[in-house]
Ligand binder design. Structure first.
Ligand code: ATP
Ligand code: MG
Length: 342
């Protein structure tokens, strides 16, 4: 859950160019909400997402992630909890690295630059292929090609996947976040985690000894069985991993042709629903804002002028949205692309 409480933000304070974009702004995004955000140029959409991700600090007010205040947490510290995709397909991926290297980077297997090529495990390759198949773009056949060779749409789809893969957190981090983000009884949460950890670890150690002492097994099979035993142990700890990344999309299909944009949006929806990710998607396209997500927010000059969710959202039409905009907006202009729905 994300909460923005009493946020104020201005730019160029004390100069003739001062812009106060937010004043006592409040917003709560529930776990699993897929929110589309629409509004005229300069209405504060990107600033809102920047404040959530930590790339901008509010002048006043607080940001909460799962009831924990993260206002002072720096952007890089928040990175494990957020995935971002921007308008420019060049931004999210490294052109001179291969598809698999980009994925490995996102997966957090990277150790050092010079060792980088070797720093993903062969067992990850299958996972990466399975992930890429979800995109249905044939990228699983192009693992060892440079990303610079991909089209804009393919790159955005890959960025989307990378944004949701997140660094694989260590067991220590899972424990810390489990306790940190548990509402209420933190001591109880710590006990629950520790007990589960000790039980799983003991089971893993037993299995490990059994495998090592079994002389009937050859080295290769022993190695494989040890790996399976570790993966089992690892999985039982990962059940405690509470922090799925919140996906922040800032017009991520705006630079694509309409057909590719549609494909990337379909992929977005698939990834978001399959992983039940809390998502904020800024779009300039009313049709898309209506079609995707369970909640729609319209901004005008830093204020929420419409917040429609559930059944009411399903009933929205471009006409009804335009009407809301005309009635409530504070004279900011809607871009033609919104009105024409291209
Ligand atoms: N770094 C900055 N320095 C100065 N002013 C800024 C900065 N970032 C945003 N602003 C101003 O804040 C206001 C909101 O900008 P923001 O980028 O959030 O709008 P937006 O809704 O994303 O617009 P667009 O649809 O054009 O992307 C604008 O008036 C903008 O000029
Ligand atoms: Mg913007």
């Amino acid at each position: 859950m994300i909460e923005l409480r009493n946020i104020s933000k201005s730019f160029n304070s004390g100069t003739p160019n001062e812009t106060q974009i937010f004043e006592n702004f409040n917003l709560t995004l529930n776990e699993g909400d897929f929110v589309t955000i629409i509004g005229g140029n300069g209405s504060g959409k990107s600033t809102l997402v920047n404040i959530i991700s930590g790339s901008m600090t509010p002048d006043e007010g607080d940001v909460f992630l799962n009831n924990t205040r993260i206002t002072k947490m720096r952007e890089h510290q928040r990175a494990p909890y957020f995935g971002r995709v921007f308008q420019d397909p060049m931004v999210g991926t490294a052109s001179d690295m291969t598809v698999i290297e980009n994925l490995a980077l996102a997966y957090g297997r990277r150790r050092s630059r010079s060792l980088f090529r070797w720093s993903y495990h062969m067992s990850d390759v299958q996972t990466f292929c399975d992930d890429l198949k979800i995109l249905d773009l044939g990228l699983e056949e192009r693992l060892y090609q440079k990303v610079g060779l991909l089209s804009g749409g393919q790159r955005q789809a890959l960025t989307l996947l990378m944004a949701t893969m997140r660094n694989k957190p260590s067991h220590a981090r899972i424990k810390r976040d489990y306790v940190r983000f548990t509402n209420g009884n933190k001591k109880g949460a710590l006990n629950t985690f520790n007990q589960a950890f000790v039980t799983a670890k003991a089971k893993y150690v037993d299995t490990k000894n059994e495998i090592k002492n079994n002389k009937a097994l050859n080295k290769e099979i022993q190695k494989r069985l040890l790996q399976v035993a570790f993966e089992q142990f690892d999985r039982s700890i990962r059940k405690f991993d509470l922090t799925k990344p919140v996906l922040l999309l800032d017009e991520h299909t705006a630079a694509l042709d309409p057909k590719t944009a549609e494909k990337v949006l379909e992929i977005t929806e698939k990834i978001v629903t399959e992983n039940a990710l809390t998502t904020v998607m800024i779009t300039h396209n009313m049709k898309d804002a209506i079609r995707y997500g369970n909640r729609l927010i319209m901004l005008s000059q830093g204020q929420i002028i419409a917040d429609v969710s559930g059944e009411a959202k399903k009933k929205l039409t471009i006409e009804s949205l335009l009407k809301m905009f005309v009635v409530h907006s504070k004279n900011d202009m809607l871009p033609d692309s919104i009105i024409l729905g291209d």
